[in-house]
Ligand binder design. Structure first.
Ligand code: FES
Length: 162
């Protein structure tokens, strides 16, 4: 991402919120919606624009789970590991997906920024467990095999779109 265009985009978002410090969270949400994460440069610019300290901007960004300070992949896969899904074997699904993409608990995003794999505590669809979401679409009654088949399709689409 070029810094110049990031600067312009963040400035537009700050302007839209009239540089109100009370809109800090909404501004961060808008920036994250645009980039899929909160780039450090953007946080610095937000802090400056709202006349708050960088430390304050970081503390808000790290407090809310939904904000990410690291780049995320184009495709976001979430594996539910809430109680219902865990009991119905969500971990083998997680392991299969991570294994296929070379990811782990510490490394959640592929180097080509195509995939991010995360766990969540409950997606609110326990009756359909085990559940995963891919780009916010819910896939019920998953197995490692079904999940890998979905992943293979996504990879193919990535190649077609490239
Ligand atoms: S525990 Fe997975 S959807 Fe509720």
């Amino acid at each position: 991402m070029e810094h110049a265009s990031l600067r312009t985009e963040v400035e537009k978002i700050l302007e839209a919120h009239e540089y109100r410090a009370s809109a800090l969270i909404a501004i961060m949400q808008d920036v994250q919606a645009l980039y899929n994460y909160l780039p450090a440069k953007a946080l610095e610019q937000i802090a400056k624009g709202l006349k708050i300290s960088i430390a304050k901007a970081y503390s808000v960004a790290t407090f809310y789970e939904n904000f990410s300070l690291l780049p995320k992949g184009k495709n976001i896969i979430r594996i539910c590991d809430g109680t219902a899904c865990h009991v119905r074997k969500s971990i083998p699904i997680l392991e299969a997906i991570r294994g296929d993409l070379g990811l782990s608990g510490k490394k959640q995003t592929t180097d080509d920024l195509m995939f991010t794999v995360e766990t969540v505590s409950c997606l609110g669809a326990c009756g359909l467990s085990p559940v995963i979401t891919i780009n916010d679409v819910v896939y019920p009654s998953m197995t490692p095999e079904k999940a890998l088949a979905l992943l293979a399709e996504l990879k193919k689409e990535g190649v077609t779109n490239a």
